[in-house]
Design a protein around this ligand. Structure first.
Ligand SMILES: Nc1ncnc2c1ncn2[C@@H]1O[C@H](COP(=O)(O)OP(=O)(O)OP(=O)(O)O)[C@@H](O)[C@H]1O
Ligand SMILES: [Mg+2]
Length: 483
């Protein structure tokens, strides 16, 4: 199960999802935290600046109304009383809750505060900045009596009196709410991300099982296929996907294997059969000869007949050996450009005696004299010998065998035609097979290896060897060499 594709796919998928979700959560968390902080900062500035504006307006009006610079006003006497009122006015609105405000004098002394609790004290540096006219943010920690720490965000901005005194307005807010919201979000993410990954993994596992079920079915079917029942086929899934393609390819491969397996079997059968006949004859003749004493002439006759059968046997074995060597690619071709017409003239010459005996004429014609093909003269000689031998063998007395050397669109080619009965259509697809003989020629001498060997030689040369019939009757074999 842990080694299954299904498990691995699910695992990778879940891991990728976990990483993606974690990154996404981090991003969401940080951008939320950032925007919450920014919101608080904006709110603090807005509130503090509002109060500072109101304060400045108040200080100005006060100066106009009082007219002369009274000593008490210079010390901010009236202002001390007004500061808490001012702050109250600005913090009464319940919608504006959670932000506390303070007004401090230049020394950092509190003149008024809206919050009931201990306020975060401004650091020295912020005080100095404010006196210089610059507003500043701070994050201030306060430990309460029980030792728990509370963090405040604070904004301090100066408000100046036309007479030159400077006051500081501080707006601050505990970040408790923000932290609370963020902590909730963290908890939710920590719980949800693994849950989502687990759920998706479970779904993934399920879907992978559904998607891969045909593979499991195929594996089960494959287990039943052995050499003895190569005719079994996988049932391809109804889908049109990769698995279907795999099943089809596997079935096609089985088909090819079955074909070659069957043809190997048939070959063994054919070989045994072909070898059996001459061996039976040999054995029979020898047994008869040994039954009683014979004259020297009778012995010679038996031996002569034995020799013929032995020759047949060795021809079969030799033919098979040649085919096996071609099959195993053991035959090394000694390629050289050779004159096709000269080669065929030589072969026709070798068959002249046989042809004359059979009363068949061999007519050689060359449309392109001197046409050369790249090949092994010895092997090609054998190929043409087999073709011409057949042509002579299957032509009636008085018939003619035509050999034509020509160029087929730049490719050297040779046609061997005869005036025999031709090849029955049903036999045409098989005649290059080993030991195949058309029924009508069963009685004729030969084992059905000649064309198989010719085909192997043609294949080794990359040439095409084709069999057909002429419209006027008689078989025709065409070999076309690569250009
Ligand atoms: N020119 C032809 N005319 C008619 N049939 C042919 C011709 N050449 C081949 N055949 C058919 O093809 C079969 C196979 O030919 P092939 O040359 O392989 O075998 P063979 O001539 O019977 O035996 P071998 O060549 O081994 O002596 C022949 O038995 C015959 O039926
Ligand atoms: Mg032959």
């Amino acid at each position: 199960m842990f080694n299954s594709v299904r498990f691995r796919i699910t695992l990778w998928y879940a891991a990728a999802l976990a990483v993606t979700l974690a990154l996404f959560s981090l991003l969401v968390y940080h951008s939320l935290a950032k925007s919450l902080d920014e919101n608080v900062d904006q709110l603090l500035a807005f509130r503090a600046e509002g109060v500072a504006d109101a304060l400045e307006t108040y200080l100005q009006t006060e100066r106009i109304e009082v007219g002369r610079a009274s000593a008490s006003a210079a010390k901010g006497g009236a202002f001390y009383k007004i500061a808490p009122e001012l702050l109250k006015l600005h913090t009464d609105d319940p919608r504006q809750a959670a932000v506390d405000l303070r007004i401090l004098d230049a020394g950092g002394r509190e003149l008024g505060a809206s919050g009931g609790r201990a306020a975060p004290e401004l650091p020295e540096r912020t005080l100095r900045e404010a006196l210089r006219g610059t507003a500043a943010y701070d994050t201030i920690r306060i430990a309460d009596d029980e030792g728990t720490e509370e963090i405040f965000r604070s904004y301090a901005t100066p408000a100046s009196d036309p007479r030159g005194a400077v006051y500081i307005v501080q707006a601050y807010r505990s970040n408790y709410h923000t932290q609370f919201a963020l902590r909730n979000l963290r908890l939710m993410m920590a719980a949800l991300v693994p849950l989502i990954v687990l759920l998706t993994g479970a779904f993934g596992m399920f879907f992978a099982r559904v998607a891969l079920r045909p593979v499991a079915d195929m594996a089960r079917a494959m287990r039943q296929i052995t050499a003895e029942n190569l005719s079994l086929r996988l049932k391809p899934p109804r889908t049109r996907d990769e698995i279907r393609e795999l099943a089809d390819l596997f079935n096609a491969m089985l088909g090819r294997l079955e074909d070659s397996f069957l043809s190997e079997r048939r070959l063994i059968q054919d070989v045994s059969h072909e070898l059996k006949t001459p061996l039976t004859i040999l054995k029979g003749e020898l047994e008869v000869a040994l039954k009683k004493a014979r004259t020297a002439g009778e012995y010679a006759e038996v031996l002569q007949s034995n020799l013929e059968e032995t020759e047949k046997l060795s021809r079969i074995v030799e033919g098979l050996l040649t085919l096996a060597r071609f099959d195993n690619r053991e035959v090394k071709l000694e390629r050289a450009p050779m004159d096709l017409e000269a080669l065929l003239r030589d072969i026709a010459g070798r068959l002249a005696g046989v042809a004359e005996k059979a009363g068949v004429k061999i007519a050689l014609s060359a449309e392109s004299p001197g046409l050369r093909a790249d090949g092994d003269a010895g092997q090609l000689g054998r190929l043409f010998l087999n073709l011409l031998e057949n042509a002579v063998k299957f032509s009636p007395r008085g018939g003619e065998v035509g050999v034509r050397v020509y160029s087929d669109g730049g490719r050297p080619a040779v046609k061997v035609s005869d005036s025999g009965a031709g090849i029955p259509l049903k036999d045409l697809p098989h005649i290059f097979k080993r030991f195949y003989r058309a029924d009508s020629s069963r009685s004729s001498a030969g084992f059905g290896l000649g064309l198989a060997i010719a085909k192997s030689i043609a294949d080794a040369h990359g040439a095409e060897l084709e069999a057909g019939n002429q419209p006027a009757g008689g078989a025709v074999f065409t070999i076309t060499f690569p250009g």
